[in-house]
Design a protein around this ligand. Structure first.
Ligand code: PMV
Length: 303
């Protein structure tokens, strides 16, 4: 039996702008999806969503992984059990984590010798196939871990302040939100392009701030980035309430993470303030998750 895990992620800066080739900084967080695999007579997939065989409705990502792994090995029967800390469909990278952790687990079980770079690439292709659109960011960061600046895919310094995620518990569609921004950009290119380019400048300045571990300034730029995301129409009352709750209770800064519309916000927080920020997010109607950045991408947990 093999167990592999992979982390979720948050965006410090740059979501939406990254779709147009601009810069973003993304960070793996210590919320993991674990995938346990063993040889069986038939194909069985088990998660909180149910027990199935290959099933593109209930387990689309894992089913697609099993099918694509046929390029490397012949899988006649395997039992796959998924267990995850990452809230589903909330912009924290649950689909990327389950996809790359499943590839890694089957890679180890069947000794396919697929490299980490190839796992990230295959994971991205699978996300594209299922979602119709996806940037390679989620699968790359989940595979490699750490703090990564896109598009260079360069690893930055470890982040050692606390990270508090606030979940609105409202699902949102990344595809729809990306399409809304594209429509706005088509209507007002002279306005939206400069906004996306300022977001990119924030990421570029952010690179040095991460290197200097200057979390107060990072928080300040996160606040500006949130305002710019609001200006392109991807915030909501619920998201902004959580952002303000976090800021007013002492976070360095807070913003939407991911596509917006619903999903989550992220706050950078000093250790001393972490309980107060989590409490404020819950009091504002969200669900707080206290976590840390992690250097660990895909891990083989037991062999
Ligand atoms: O909501 P998520 O975690 O899928 O992030 C979406 C980030 C976008 O920049 C809006 C889209 C993308 O594919 O990069």
């Amino acid at each position: 039996m093999i167990t592999c895990s992979a982390p979720g992620k948050i965006y410090l800066f740059g979501e939406h702008a990254v779709v147009y080739g601009e810069s973003a900084i993304c960070c793996a967080v210590d919320l993991r999806t674990r995938v346990q695999v063993e040889i069986d007579d038939t194909i069985n997939i088990e998660s909180v969503l149910g027990k199935t065989g290959i099933d593109s409705e209930i387990h689309p990502y894992v089913s697609a992984v099993i099918e694509r792994m046929g390029e490397f090995t012949s899988i006649k029967g395997v039992s796959i059990k998924i267990d995850s800390d990452i809230p589903v469909g909330s912009g924290i990278g649950s689909s990327a984590a389950v996809t790359v952790a499943t590839i890694a687990a089957l890679n180890t079980l069947f000794n396919c010798k697929i490299t980490l770079e190839e796992i990230a690439k295959l994971g991205h292709e699978i996300e594209m196939q299922i979602q119709g659109a996806a940037s390679p960011t989620d699968t790359y960061v989940s595979t490699m871990g750490g703090v990564v600046i896109i598009p260079q895919k360069k690893k930055l310094e470890h982040i050692d302040c606390k990270i508090v995620i606030g979940n609105t518990n409202m699902l949102s569609s990344t595809k729809e939100l990306v399409a809304n921004v594209a429509k706005l950009r088509d209507s007002y290119p002279q306005i939206i392009d400069p906004v996306l380019s300022v977001i990119s400048s924030i990421s570029k300045i952010g690179e040095e701030l991460v290197t200097n571990r200057d979390y107060a300034s990072i928080g300040y730029l996160m606040n500006i980035n949130h305002g710019l995301l609001d200006s392109v129409g991807v915030s909501s009352i619920e998201l902004s309430s959580l952002v303000y709750a976090a800021r007013n209770s002492g976070a360095f800064g807070a913003k939407i993470t991911g596509a917006g519309g619903g999903g989550c916000i992220v706050a950078f927080v000093d250790r001393m303030q972490v309980d107060g920020v989590a409490y404020a997010i819950n009091a504002a109607g969200g669900s707080s998750i206290i976590t840390n950045a992690t250097e660990h991408g895909i891990m083989v947990e037991s062999n």
